[in-house]
Design a protein around this ligand. Structure first.
Ligand code: SF4
Length: 420
């Protein structure tokens, strides 16, 4: 092995892979059965983060940054003048095994530019995973990117070796995709997604009957959207995400703020950057959809197409829907408790358990460990020590922000003086 050349390839191909944020390794239960190396079921994976906050706990590389396509938002596109490199299949296998043995990584995240054709590229990605599993007996985590346009047969085979598969939608709207990635068609993404979804269902059903049925992509499939490249609203993004969750059974949708990498009049200028806060608000919304029973149009809609910057989406929804509050903590159902700003699902379960034995007052709520600084404006309990009285949404928002440590605090301190 020529170490200098491998090091150079690693520099180029790890750097090119950093724009893909869909590298969470949660959700796999692949076990080491006593032989071989690694155990993807040990999910205390020690994630570490690069300067820009992105996860690098896995060996995260491209097989190559050569690409026949020219997607405007991508640093790897064929018209970009960058240094190119390609790993051989055995090189990726050796790197993974060596890094794993040295305890540098817990698994592999392997993506690629498209060289020759989607199927040719996908075959090579699968060959890496197959060698790791069958020749090296590697039981660690493997996340393979699915190449848009790859055939059903290859998508099927990929799921036999990978823990997770993902094909990145990249641009949240079909019109944006046409504008920025003219080589790609919408079906190039949805067809592989559909195949993976159908195989996941089929394997799950077969395992109910035949326990020894092998696993197929046990950590499911995920996708990534680039945010802020085409002027889309948060409503466009979240409706698109909700569609992919529902129709293709996505385990996760990741939101990645667009980083301008080239001058192009179809794209935001170099130097402009999507604020990290926008990504955070989208992830908070995603969480509300998946775990708190919110429908997407409750949070973003035609009258409220973008998420608030100064307050999180749950608080924003509550302030716009004050007719649902205050919630009686001793009577409300789980769905309504989960909608109280400041109450997470753990707090909701604590309330439901505690109220089986007594009517809860503020002291009880504090004793079971609830943080009430924002929740108190949206609930009543068996006590008169605190009442919302005549506080309206604007004043509640001001009081919450004034007592927070965020950067919007000062703005509201001044406004609140008007109420005193
Ligand atoms: S196909 Fe993928 S790697 Fe190639 S230019 Fe488009 S986004 Fe980049």
């Amino acid at each position: 092995m020529n170490f200098e050349r491998i090091k150079e390839k690693l520099n180029i191909l790890a750097d090119a892979a950093k724009y893909d944020v869909s590298c969470s390794s949660s959700g796999s239960d692949r076990k080491n059965k006593g032989k071989g190396l690694g155990d993807a079921s040990k999910m205390g994976i020690c994630h570490s983060y690069t300067e820009d906050g992105r996860c690098v706990s896995l060996l995260k590389i491209l097989l190559t940054n050569h690409c026949i396509f020219d997607c405007a938002y991508c640093v790897t596109r064929k018209s970009n003048d960058v240094k190119r490199a390609a790993f051989k299949i055995q090189e990726v296998v050796d790197l993974t095994m060596n890094f794993y043995r040295r305890n540098y990584i817990e698994g592999l995240f392997l993506s690629s530019g498209i060289f020759k054709s989607p199927d040719y590229t996908m075959e090579r990605l699968i060959a890496v995973a197959k060698k790791l599993r069958e020749e090296e007996n590697f039981n660690g985590y493997i996340h393979l990117k699915s190449i848009p346009g790859a055939s059903d047969e290859l998508m099927y085979e990929a799921g036999l070796y990978a823990d997770r598969l993902s094909v990145n939608i990249e641009v949240p709207t079909v019109s944006g995709l046409k504008l920025l990635a003219p080589d790609k068609k919408h079906e190039d993404f949805t067809k592989p997604m559909l195949k993976v979804k159908n195989e996941l269902i089929r394997y799950k059903n077969e395992r109910k009957i035949i326990k020894s049925t092998p696993k197929y992509a046990p950590a499911g499939q995920s996708t990534q959207m680039i945010i802020g490249a085409t002027g889309e609203t948060d409503k466009d993004i979240m409706f698109s995400a909700a569609h992919y969750y529902k129709k293709y059974h996505m385990k996760r949708v990741y939101y990645s703020g667009y980083v301008p990498v080239a001058e192009d009049n179809r794209l935001p200028a170099i130097g402009s950057q999507v604020p990290m806060l926008r990504e955070n608000r989208l992830y908070q919304t995603d969480w509300l959809l998946r775990f708190y029973g919110f429908a997407v149009n409750e949070i973003v809609n035609d009258t409220h197409p973008n998420l608030d910057v100064d307050v999180d989406p749950k608080l924003s929804w509550a302030l716009r829907n004050m007719e649902h509050f205050p919630v009686d903590i001793n009577k409300a159902d789980k769905r309504m408790l989960a909608r109280v700003p400041g109450l997470g699902m753990r707090s909701v379960h604590k309330i439901i358990n505690a109220r089986k034995f007594r009517k809860l007052n503020w002291d009880h709520l504090k004793k079971i460990g609830l943080a009430l600084n924002r929740a108190k404006y949206f609930m009543v309990c068996d006590s008169r020590n605190w009442e919302r009285k005549d506080l309206d949404a604007e004043k509640i928002k001001g009081l919450i922000l004034q007592n927070s440590s965020g950067k919007f605090r000062n703005q509201y301190s001044t406004q609140l003086a008007l109420f005193n």
